[in-house]
Design a protein around this ligand. Structure first.
Ligand SMILES: NC(=O)c1ccc[n+]([C@@H]2O[C@H](COP(=O)([O-])OP(=O)(O)OC[C@H]3O[C@@H](n4cnc5c(N)ncnc54)[C@H](OP(=O)(O)O)[C@@H]3O)[C@@H](O)[C@H]2O)c1
Length: 248
């Protein structure tokens, strides 16, 4: 079924036919090995936010792919900064997407994984309190949880003094969570890039100039460039581009 604003393939194999959800599912898919996929939306001039939030960059086609990528993953990885700032709620999928997961041998919902060093997290935040699957908080050996956090989430400690992201991903893989979707934010993407852990970037480019001020989709200490080949380009009828870049 095709819903809302049509999305079409531009590259490879351009087509004037809108892609339906089954075709989108095939285009993004699941990998046959552990994979860290990162999903972001940015403006044409590289801004990660408008008025401080990603919502000003995201329209219906981006939300459609955003939800589809959640359907495809085992775990949804988000940094504490984005969880707090964007007020993350519990992961929800509609019945069609839950049915797709069941038919493909997956749990009805992906597991939320929150990356936090300071553990300045609110157990009452809906992302924890209403979670359909008990979330995991990735932290390090020195971090002290606030009261109530371990009532609503499991702590996974990797690293001393800071979260060791490579070790953390290996732990998640060992728990059967191999298809990882990271929704940011920029400091987490910067750290994952520095550790050479990003297998794929799905980037929605919104057709607007945000102007000076906002940051980029990545932040933190400078690292060298990493080549990430283009895999597909989709365009929605509202002028949004959707790029998928991935390692071999
Ligand atoms: N356009 C988009 O697609 C998009 C997507 C996501 C976010 N955003 C925007 O990005 C902004 C927030 O991003 P941000 O860069 O400030 O924060 P962020 O990357 O979301 O979170 C940074 C936090 O992650 C935790 N962390 C723990 N270990 C880490 C490690 N090894 N490396 C990196 N982070 C680690 C730390 O939390 P503790 O403080 O708990 O230690 C750190 O303060 C918001 O404005 C949000 O709206 C936009």
């Amino acid at each position: 079924m095709t819903v809302g604003i049509p999305i079409r393939r531009l590259w490879p194999e351009p087509s004037v036919e809108p892609v339906d959800d089954a075709a989108l599912t095939a285009l993004y898919g699941r990998a046959d090995r552990p994979r860290l996929r990162v999903n972001f939306v940015s403006s044409l001039d590289g801004a990660v936010t408008v008025d401080g939030y990603s919502a000003g960059l995201s329209g219906e086609p981006d939300k459609r792919v955003f939800g589809l990528l959640r359907m495809l993953c085992d775990a949804l990885v988000v940094a504490a900064g984005t969880l707090r700032h964007e007020g993350y709620r519990a992961v929800r999928l509609d019945e069609g997407r839950r049915a797709w997961r069941r038919a493909n041998g997956l749990a009805a919902y992906p597991t939320l994984v929150v990356v936090s060093g300071a553990l300045d997290l609110d157990p009452a935040q809906a992302a924890f309190a209403d979670a359909p699957v008990r979330p995991i908080v990735l932290t390090h050996s020195d971090a002290e949880p606030p009261p109530g956090l371990t009532d609503v989430a499991d702590l996974l400690r990797c690293g001393t003094g800071r979260v060791d992201l490579a070790a953390a991903l290996a732990e998640l893989h060992g728990r059967g969570l191999t298809q990882l979707l990271c929704e940011g934010g920029p400091h987490l993407l910067g750290a994952l890039t520095a550790a050479d852990l990003v297998d794929e970037l799905c980037l929605t480019v919104a057709p607007l100039l945000a102007g000076p001020g906002p940051g980029r989709i990545t932040a933190g200490d400078a690292t060298g460039p990493t080549h990430l080949p283009l895999r597909h380009v989709l365009a929605a009828d509202d002028g949004v581009l959707m790029l998928r870049h991935a390692r071999d």
